[in-house]
Design a protein around this ligand. Structure first.
Ligand code: PLP
Length: 358
């Protein structure tokens, strides 16, 4: 990236596969703009829904193994809309403590009773579920598939069993897993060999590995119909531009026909971890593209981020309230587009900076 005339290597983008600048994707977008124009002009239910949106929904459902899918203009709106469509004040919603803000906000605005369980701790969730004996309320469990600030993967296999045993719905937000996890990038369900029966509500965003913008929810016919009828963030907002939908169809095709992007990403993750080990740099134990380096003190994290910038690396400091108090960090993200020497130089520079007296 070029920021104020300085050329820096970015290690904080969510464009994990580097698709945002893929020539085929750019071409697909340009051609779609020629055909559809720029803006969609209206909400989906008025006349903003084009055949591009419709085809993308069908292709996403098919790719993820669900009967049906529905598009949202952003992931934030998808999560708010889902919670509001499914829950009311008599219901219960359970969330991992480290869930993304949009899931927490969704739970809050739904009016349901919100409880947060210990991070990735299935027995903590089970204890809370067991305290509810009323069978007449809906129970919805919400989790990130890959936790956005920590990079660890939710224990979805155990969560799905706990949800089945307690007749609760399980919803996975796979913003950081879709396109990056599993043998062919289908996401965290593929990673654990789970299906739509195990996870009745699946959500992912399109602005990260897919390199475009927007989000979708996949589920049963009944679920998607309910969202169309009830989710205010779907009904009362302008549809994403058709050209974005068309470009996303192209991304979906690229991830199925060009496995090298996912392969490059996985190689870079492995290489980063190997280099960190050699340099004795204590990154968290993450298997994904998100590799946080815990610093603790807020100011120290900001200072390190600034010093990295001066040396030509963009790594933003993430501080409370985005993460818990005392856990400020450098959230390093890897991409298919990084070269080995970018990774080597980052780690060398980080090691030098951390060795210096602060
Ligand atoms: C980015 C993100 C979102 C929000 O998606 P947008 O399309 O950027 O609004 C939701 N959930 C998680 C886990 C995310 O990382």
């Amino acid at each position: 990236m070029i920021i104020d005339d300085s050329k820096v290597i970015s290690f904080c983008s969510n464009d994990y596969l580097g698709l945002a600048n893929h020539p085929r994707l750019k071409q697909a977008m340009i051609e779609a703009v020629e055909h559809y124009g720029v803006g969609s002009g209206a909400a989906h239910l008025v006349n903003g829904h084009s055949s591009a949106h419709h085809q993308l929904e069908e292709e996403l459902a098919d790719f993820c193994g669900y009967p049906r899918a529905i598009l949202f203009s952003t992931g934030y709106m998808a999560n708010l809309g889902l919670c509001q469509a499914l829950l009311d004040k008599n219901d219960h919603v359970f969330e991992d403590r480290l869930n993304h803000a949009s899931l927490l906000d969704g739970g809050l605005i739904s009016g349901a009773r919100l409880q947060r369980y210990l991070h990735n701790d299935v027995s903590s969730l089970q204890k809370k579920l067991a305290k509810l004996n009323a069978d007449d309320t809906e129970k919805l469990v919400l989790t990130d598939g890959v936790f956005s600030m920590d990079g660890d993967i939710a224990r979805l296999a155990e969560l799905s069993v706990a949800c089945r045993e307690s007749a609760s719905w399980l919803m996975v937000d796979d913003a950081h897993g879709f396109g990056t996890l599993g043998e062919t990038g289908k996401g965290s369900l593929q990673y654990f060999s789970l299906t739509a029966d195990d996870v009745p509500v699946y959500m992912a965003t399109l602005g990260k590995a897919m390199g475009t913008a927007g989000a979708f929810i996949a589920g049963s016919e009944e679920l998607i119909e309910t969202i169309i009828q009830q989710a205010r963030t779907y009904i009362y907002t302008t549809a994403m531009p058709a050209a974005i939908a068309e470009a996303t169809r192209c991304s979906l095709n690229i991830i199925q026909t060009e496995p090298q992007h996912l392969q490059n990403l996985n190689n870079n993750i492995d290489y980063f971890k190997t280099c960190c080990k050699e340099a004795e740099l204590n990154v968290e134990n993450s298997l994904t593209a998100i590799q946080p380096l815990l610093i603790g003190d807020d100011q120290k994290a900001i200072d390190l981020s600034q010093k990295l910038f001066d040396k030509g690396f963009l790594v933003t400091a993430i501080r409370p309230p985005t993460v818990p108090q005392g856990t400020s960090r450098l959230r390093i993200t890897l991409s298919a587009k990084h070269q080995r020497d970018h990774i080597e130089q980052l780690i060398e520079t980080l090691s030098q900076l951390l060795d210096q007296p602060q």
